[in-house]
Design a protein around this ligand. Structure first.
Ligand code: NI
Length: 182
């Protein structure tokens, strides 16, 4: 396993639409190693998710996990989830605004409106089809990671850039005012 270099805002790979992973390729050592390395990289940088374009691989693949995370101390637990070729259907009428950050947008956080509930289909790392209804923080993280696979960043989804803040200022000026609904 290896910790991978994370692409930062401005790198063109973050703006490409990622290619689907051919289902027959999921079991190959290359893809399995990429998944393991993405999990290790996510843990190393205290991410709650990371998408393959963030490690310079333009593939429809993302990993998500929230155990106890110092970057998101209030976040509910999410088991380790490997999303391959995800497809989401969101209820756009039911949105919630919450704080997001990104390992590719280091040191910044901003408020982003997201659907509260989603229907999601994906392939897991064994190539099995999964279909789930998800809500709350898990739904937010999935939308954030699926955006990466479409070449989008949370900045593109912000409707009010006045909430964009460095982390120190987030702690100092915003944290105490937050409603921790998520
Ligand atoms: Ni991100």
């Amino acid at each position: 396993m290896a910790i991978l270099k994370v692409a930062r805002l401005g790198h063109p790979v973050l703006r490409q639409v990622a290619k689907p992973v051919p289902p027959a390729a999921i079991s190959t050592p290359e893809i399995q190693r990429l998944i393991d390395d993405m999990i290790e990289t996510m843990h190393e940088y205290d991410g709650v998710g990371i998408a393959a374009p963030q490690v310079h691989q333009s593939l429809q693949l993302a990993v998500i996990e929230v155990a106890s995370n110092p970057r998101y101390p209030q976040a509910p637990h999410i088991p380790l989830t490997v999303l391959i070729n995800p497809d989401i259907t969101a209820c756009v009428a039911d949105q919630h605004v919450g704080w997001e950050g990104c390992l590719s947008v280091e040191g910044l956080r901003g408020q982003v409106p997201r659907a509260r509930r989603l229907s999601v289909r994906w392939l897991d790392r064994a190539g099995r089809a999964v279909s789930r209804e998800v809500e709350g923080f898990f739904a937010v993280v999935i939308q954030h990671e699926v955006d990466h696979l479409q070449g989008k960043l949370f900045l593109d989804r912000m409707t009010d850039l006045t909430t964009l803040t460095h982390l120190l200022e987030y702690d100092r000026y915003w944290l105490r005012h937050e409603d921790d609904a998520d």
